[in-house]
Design a protein around this ligand. Structure first.
Ligand code: SF4
Length: 466
């Protein structure tokens, strides 16, 4: 029996489990690492308590994420000590950030068999089988359509990572140092991957990157996000394209027009603004200042009147005065975002902001956070109430097995995991689209009944516009 056959036989019965922490970009990395292992004959998808190999894909973005990742690593080290697995692999941003210094924070560090950085995970098999203990390749890697993915999301809703890294250098952010400079995928590779994902059941593709609006500016020949959306919009069997992580200054008329006209592009965008005070934005090194934020919102709402805008803001940034905070509150009252996530500023060593004077006390940060979220709850409730009586097209994600007559899904206004959902009275298959008459509203969720299938209002309007 050839050595290769013996090796393959040996590999085939090894089971692999993964715990993926942090953002959806990290989740795609987990899918690529698992895809490589599955293609090499490993049995992927086991539970951590019942796997030969456990992979922890960590997050190292902010302190709370570091704590969570360290906690999971500790649990998996315990599992290994109890003989529940034979190999433990730690990858992702925490591994990249601390490398072997993790030894100082991780009791039982030696139980970690392989530590890999954010550009080394594609070589996970070679590293595992060569007995390597660590690898930190230069931050240049970005996967292509040739890298198999082992899906870790609902099969009808999948992420399409269109670029890696970030070159925006915001003063509070570690990501550029963990992921390297911005690098776009080619549109050709993205089209092949998108078709493959649709081929295995994806009906919604969610375009992600640290900054999706910068897409294609680094390619030769240059291209852009609107052009990419145009290429993907024609794909058969694909129903929704959703775009996350836009940078305000880079929101153009062409982009807003693409959202307005392309039938599969959701009237939904995610655009973190972080703040609205110009001195704060300047100190954060957020280009374009408050005028770029206001112009982006105006442009999007003028082209797409029913657009759903999600944003992210930060409170307690170094030097933030009560007046600057009140300005943010006033702006949120005026802008009335549909969806909003907020963070309290977290000083991350190695970032310019961490060394700035006038750090805001934690209790002040928390108080500002709580008041801001209370305001947003009111705004969100009013916005949701205004949808009562309308009919929305909803992608069903889950069925309440017990009742059998309740299911949960997402309209164009809901991205997975971060936004609300639509609770639907009526039976429907997960992964299918139904039209729902909205009968009730909460701060984050909507409630409704399945109504007779007909063309969704959004799609009808776009048809008119083509
Ligand atoms: S845009 Fe700014 S906050 Fe976002 S990943 Fe890049 S540097 Fe970090």
């Amino acid at each position: 029996m050839s050595a290769k056959k013996h090796k393959r036989q040996r590999a085939n019965d090894k089971t692999v489990a993964a715990v993926s922490l942090g953002c959806n970009k990290n989740l795609v990395d987990t899918e690529v690492a698992l895809g490589a292992l599955a293609s090499a004959g490993y049995i992927v998808g086991a539970e951590p308590c019942d796997a030969d190999i456990i992979i922890v894909n960590t997050c190292g973005f902010i302190e709370s994420a570091v704590e969570e990742s360290l906690g999971v690593i500790d649990d998996m080290i315990e599992a290994k000590k109890e003989g529940k697995c034979s190999k433990l692999v730690v990858m992702g941003c925490l591994a990249e950030r601390f490398r072997t210094d993790l030894r100082d924070d991780v009791e039982g560090f030696d139980e970690i068999d392989l530590l890999v950085g954010t550009s080394s995970y594609p070589r996970i098999i070679e590293l595992l089988e060569s007995g390597a203990t660590e690898d930190f390749a230069p931050q240049k890697f970005i996967h292509t359509h040739e890298d198999p993915r082992f899906p870790a999301t609902l099969p009808w809703s999948m992420y399409l990572k269109i670029a890696e890294g970030c070159s925006n250098q915001c003063a509070y952010c570690r990501i550029p140092s963990l992921r390297g400079p911005y690098r776009s995928r080619t549109p050709e590779s993205l089209e092949v991957e998108a078709a493959a994902l649709v081929g295995i059941g994806a009906r919604e593709l969610i375009l992600i990157a640290q900054d999706t609006t910068r897409y294609g500016t680094d390619l030769v020949p240059k291209t852009s996000l609107p052009e990419l959306l145009g290429r993907l919009n024609g794909m058969d069997n694909l129903r929704r394209l959703r775009v996350m992580y836009m940078y305000p200054e880079l929101v153009t008329d062409a982009l807003a027009e693409a959202v307005a006209k392309l039938s599969k592009v959701c009237n939904y965008i995610d655009m973190p603004i972080q703040h609205i005070d110009d001195d704060i934005l300047d100190s954060m090194k957020r280009r374009g200042g408050s005028s770029a934020v206001r112009r982006a919102i105006e442009t999007l709402r003028s082209y797409v009147p029913d657009i759903c805008i999600r944003t992210t803001v930060m409170v307690g940034y170094p030097g933030e005065t009560k007046e600057q905070y009140e300005k943010l509150i006033e702006f949120l009252r005026e802008a009335r975002f549909d969806r909003l996530g907020a963070f309290t500023y977290s000083p991350e060593d190695g970032t310019p902001a961490a060394g700035m004077p006038d750090q805001v006390p934690d209790e002040v940060k928390v108080a500002r956070y709580n008041r801001l979220m209370e305001l947003q709850q009111e705004i969100s409730l009013r916005k949701n109430e205004s949808l009562i009586g309308s009919t929305l097209e909803v992608l069903v994600d889950e069925v309440d097995e017990e009742s059998g007559n309740i299911c949960y899904g997402r309209s164009y206004r809901d991205a997975p995991d971060i936004d609300g959902c639509v609770e639907i009275e009526g039976a429907a298959e997960p992964g299918t689209f139904v039209h729902v008459k909205i009968t009730g509203a909460g701060e984050y969720d909507l409630f409704g009944k399945i109504s007779s299938p007909h063309i969704s209002p959004m799609r009808a309007k776009k048809r008119e516009m083509i």
